[in-house]
Design a binder for this molecule. Structure first.
Ligand code: GLN
Length: 306
């Protein structure tokens, strides 16, 4: 696709950068409140390899829930369509850490991107892998071509010490019969998974396989089938921003995924991926400036799936 993406990104970045940001850091994980809140980076990666970034695009941050797409990819690859017997594919319309619908839905989380769904995904990986923590990390290292990629023990420990709601969620699902391993083991892996750190450039490159029909761009290795990739993208579009997924589709018009570290990655199938990071979050837990920037980007470029 021939577009002057550099110009468009510069324009969108300059429009977003000076905005007064009413957002707040995710201090329910105390360590996440220790980042400099003024940082703002963006990075665009075209499937042909051309890329362009601005601002703090080389600063690594906690990708948090964005990692849920990668754990889903590995679990889906391992167990196939059976995964949907344990996790639904509907938007939840509730906060990412809500317990509300679980009782009504007999422990079947509404989708794999709310915390409840991501915990069931973690449970599946703990059941199928000898060492889920290491094997998941190896999978993401290979997918991202980043052999030095690591979990942040500081962030994971901070969440382990304060994640009472997540502990409640996992135990609740266990009581409803949809967690097979010990909740403590599943939670440990869940917190580690969420603590992965990447910068915007790395994030946009890592997600390229989903813009490329499930095939890793750098070595053309099939990670998942095109059909599976279509389904994961559909879930990102409908559930990637929790109870703000409709708003993101409405304003940005691309499948994407956010995390409470302030990161967002979005993609246009067969064309590009784009990542934005700014740690201050809006009331729904999504990056205030990240969303604004992506909205400006698709407005100016007219590159939306709609
Ligand atoms: N680790 C975070 C939590 O469980 C992930 C939430 C998010 O990024 N939305 O609360």
């Amino acid at each position: 696709m021939q577009i002057d993406y550099q110009n468009i990104i510069e324009k969108a970045y300059r429009q977003t950068q000076p905005l007064k940001d009413p957002g707040k850091l995710a201090d329910y994980i105390p360590e996440l409140a220790n980042v400099d809140p003024g940082q703002f980076g963006v990075h665009y990666t075209n499937l042909d390899g051309a890329d362009f970034g601005m601002g703090d695009n080389q600063v690594r941050f906690s990708i948090q829930s964005i990692a849920k797409v990668l754990s889903l990819t590995l679990a889906y690859k391992m167990v196939g369509e059976k995964i949907w017997e344990r996790i639904d594919v509907e938007p939840s319309g509730t906060k990412f850490d809500s317990l509300l619908l679980l009782e009504i839905n007999n422990g079947i989380p509404r989708n794999p991107f709310i915390n409840a769904g991501a915990m069931v995904v973690c449970d599946i990986l703990v059941s199928h892998l000898i060492n889920a923590r290491m094997e998941f990390l190896d999978f993401v290292r290979d997918l991202s071509d980043l052999p030095d990629l690591a979990y942040s023990d500081t962030i994971a420990d901070s969440e382990k010490a304060h994640g009472h709601r997540n502990v409640a969620l996992c135990n609740f699902i266990k009581s409803l019969g949809n967690i097979q391993n010990k909740p403590a083991e599943v939670l440990d892996f869940y917190f580690d998974m969420c603590s992965l750190e990447m910068n915007c450039r790395e994030l946009s490159r890592t997600f390229s396989f989903l813009a490329n029909g499930g095939v890793k761009v750098s070595d053309q290795k099939e990670i998942i089938s095109t059909n599976m990739s279509k389904r994961i993208n559909a879930l990102m579009l409908t559930c990637g921003f929790y109870d703000e997924s409709g708003e993101f589709a409405f304003k940005v018009g691309l499948p994407g995924k956010s995390g409470v570290g302030g990161g967002i990655v979005a993609l246009y199938p067969r064309h590009f991926t784009i990542a934005a990071w700014s740690p201050r979050l809006n009331p729904k837990g999504n990056s205030f400036k990240g969303m604004k920037f992506l909205e400006e980007f698709t407005n100016h470029s007219e590159l939306t799936i709609f």
